[in-house]
Write a protein that binds this ligand. Sequence first.
Ligand code: F6P
Length: 550
Amino acid sequence: MTKATASRTQLPEWQALEAHAQTLSGTHLRDLFDRDDQRFDKFSLALPHFLFDYSKNRITEETRDKLFALAKAVDVEGWRDKMFAGEKINRTEDRAVLHVALRDPSDEPLVIDGTDVRPEVQRELGRMRDLVERVRGGQWRGYSDKAITDVVSIGIGGSNLGPLMVTEALSAHADGSLNVHYVSNIDGSQIADTLKRLNAETTLFVVSSKTFTTLETMTNAKTARQWFMDNGGSESTTNRHFIAVSSNIEKAVEFGVDEDNIFAMWDWVGGRFSLWSAIGLPIALNLGFEAFEDLLAGANEMDRHFVEAPLAENAPMLLALLGVWNRNFLGYRAHALLPYDQSMHRFPAYMQQAEMESNGKSVNWAGERLSYGSCPLIWGEVGINGQHAFYQMLHQGTDIIPADFIGSITSSNTMPGHHDALMANFFAQTEAMMRGIDADQVRAELKSKGMDDAHIEAIVEHKVHPGNRPTNTLLLHKLDARTLGALIALYEHKIFVQGIIWQVHSFDQWGVELGKVLAAGIIPELEEGKSNPGHDASTRNLINYYCQNK
Ligand code: F6P
C-alpha cells in the first residue's frame, strides 16, 4: 500500500469518533435497549446463511454513521476493489492478494505478472478433483495394491490450521471413507502417536508447505518418509504415498515427491488465507470434492456480498468497524471468539492466526510507529466449556472483553435434549453480558430467598454483574460447507478492512522470522551440548542447563 499521508488519528472522522465515544461513556447498553424497542431491527442483518446481530454493541446510529464516515475517509472500498482487481497491495512483499480468486468461478481474465491466473486456478482444482475421486474411490492404490484408508496432512500455521479447523467443523458431514490426521508440531509425540495407529500400505501423506523449508514441516515429513521406508515402502513406490502442496516445486522434488504429485500454490495467496487452494486437499479428501466446492461457493457468496452490499448492509465492513470502535475508541484490548458448537473447537485458533498474524503490527504503511492500537488479542474456546472456565472474567473482570458468539439453529447432531440446552446458554450469555445485574436487583433476589440484611450486604457487591459488555451474535442456520465458507470469508474481509483502517500491512508476517532464525542457530548448540557465548546470560544458562541435564 502507498506511503501513509497522515496518521489516522489526524483525520477529522477519527477525531469525531473519539469525541463521540466520550459522549457515550456514561450510557449503559441496557439503557440503549430500554430506550429503543427497534434496536434489534436497526442493528442486525439477515444474510442467506446467518443472522448477524450487533445490537449488543455500545453504539448508536450516530456511532455507526461516524464509523462509515471513517471507512469512507480511508477509502476502504477503493482498497477492496484494488485487492479484487489483483493490484499488488502486499507492498512489503510486492505481491497481489488474491485468495478471493481461488473461489471465484468467473473466467474473466485476471492477469498477474503477465499470467492469467484463472486457468491456473481451474487447472489445480481439476487436478484436486481427480486425485480426490481416485483416492476416495479406491482407484489410487498403495505400494501393495491396497486402497488408501488414511491421509496424514503434514503442515503448520496456515498450512495446517485452516484444513484442520474445517475438517473438524464439518465432521458431521464426512462419510468416513477416509480418515484424515493432522500433524503440525515438531514435538515428535504428535507424529509418533499418529503413525502408531496407521498402516504404511494404506496411508497417504500430504505435505503442505508454501515454502517447503519450514523446519517443523520438513522434520515431520522426513520422519514420515523414514517410517514409510521402514514399513515396506521404497523409492519406487513413494509416488503412491506422498503428495506435496507448495509453491517451491524444486524443494518438493528434492525431498522426493514426484512432480506429478505436486499441487501448486502461488505467491499471491498468503498462508493463512490458503485453505481455498490445494492446501485444502485434506478437506476435500475427507468430505469429498463437492463439499469442498460448496465451501468455495459459500466464500464466493460472501466475497460478492463484500463487494456489492452498501456499507450499512455489509457484514464484513460492519464487523470490522465494530472491532475498530471497540479497540480504538472504547479501548478494549482483547476480543474473544466463542463458538457454541463442539465441532468448531479449532475456529478460535484458526482466526487467531488469521487476525493476529495479519494485523498484529505496530508500524504503518510508511514505516512509522502507530500511535493507536492495532489488532487486539484474539482468543477463544468453545463457549459452553468457557462458561465453566473463563467467563467469570468476561462477566466480572476489570477488563471488558468484547466477544463474538457463534451458534447454529440446527444442530449437526441428533442427540435429543442437547441443542436447546446449549442454545439457551448461548442466548443467556450475551444477555447477561449486555444487561448485567445491579446491586438493587441482587438485594431483591437475595431477600426473596430469605437471606438476612447483614448477610446480603456482606455479599451484594460480589454478586453484581456490571454488564455493558459488547457482543456480536452470529446465528447460523446450520453449519454446513457453504455456511462455513461464508463465515470464514466474513472474517477474512473483516481483517482486510481493519488493516486498511489501521494502515498496517496485513499480508506480510515479518514478525515470525526472528525467532525462526535464532532457533536455527541454537539447534547446533544443542547438538554440541554447549551454548554460544554470544547469548544473553539467561538464554546461555538455560541452554547450558538443558544440555547438562538432558
Ligand atoms: O511462521 C509463520 C508462517 O510463515 C505462516 O505464515 C505460514 O502459514 C506458516 O508459517 C507455514 O509456512 P509454510 O506453508 O511455508 O510451511
